[in-house]
Design a protein around this ligand. Sequence first.
Ligand code: DOR
Length: 390
Amino acid sequence: MKTLIKNVEIIDAAGQRSGKVLIEDGKIKKVYKEKGVVRAAYDEEIDGEGHGLMPGFIDMHCHLRDPGYEYKETMETGMKAALKGGFTSLVAMANTKPIIDNVDALQNNLDKAAELDLCQLIQVAALTKDFGDEELVDFEALRPFTNVFSNDGVSVMNQDTMIRGLAASAQNDFILAAHCDPETSLVQRDVELLEKTGGHLHVCHISKKETLDAIREAKERGLDISCEVTPHHLFASAMEYRVNPPFRTYPDRRALIEGIKDCVVDMCGTDHAPHSEEDKLKGAPGINNFEMAFAMYYTVFCQNGIGVEKLSEMLSDAPARRMGLKAGLIKEKYPADLVLVDLNWEGKINPKDFISKSRNNPFGGETLKGKVLMTMVKGNIKYDDNRSAL
Ligand code: DOR
């Protein structure tokens, strides 16, 4: 099967250019300039006139709730919501029930994802057994199935556990993704441990200026550290809505935006954390982000004069590079994981229209910019906002 996507503005970390993209057998076969002549035959043509074509977004941090909390989200509803948001690969946290801390549980989720054939799943494994204080998981057994380990939602308070986790990260070559609460002091501790022990540290959902300063300094010291932000911490400050980490001050929010401009912040994640209405009323922290993340990010980037190619770098190229995936760019031989976007669209996204199983998002009344029109995974259209417009 060969598909040509024509009349698009190709946008990725390498820049913007008008052109067309030929897809064959799930991969990008050729990228043409605007006036380039396509001599190859193809079966299907998509006219993206006036729209942007970006590499599929790779979410470094989300919660799919499957297994165990299917009343909040299932892998299927989560992945469909992700595709509507332009996300083609998902790094799903291990705080399910039971917790993903062994090969069988991990393999079950990978099998489920393969059967669904929606997004690519990178299933995170827990760092410790049942998110406990001391006993580490069997890294050697789990490593062939994942390269991200994390107790997300539960900070690793035990210093010795963190040292052994980082040592395993160095030895088995995986990313240790750390949820740090209290944020800055725990990041400072982990940076010190990283310097002594080695390893590959990724700091989840940073929200404070001081945390950013600690990461900037660690990068200047040449340590292998990366970090992500969330749409909500960039978009708003000082809101009451319950989320972990909480909404911070306006200066913190400004610092995160500056951290994007000076490349201390590596990635734009979602921390998609679906909760039922009842759980939310009981105080469950988290925001349902897949379907609004791109518009929230694009709006903030526009307001602050940051180019859409930088957003592409942070949504696709940087997470791919961090995880060693050959993805995240519109480039020959790369997977045809692609998103068609309308960057001129402006409007409100109503959580009532979410296809996620939950609706917990407080940004319903906000005017946002940028809309996902179509999402393709390995050359197959998996989400289509309005096929007649293509
Ligand atoms: O707000 C949050 N919700 N932060 C987390 O770290 C966990 C997440 C969840 O699982 O609901």
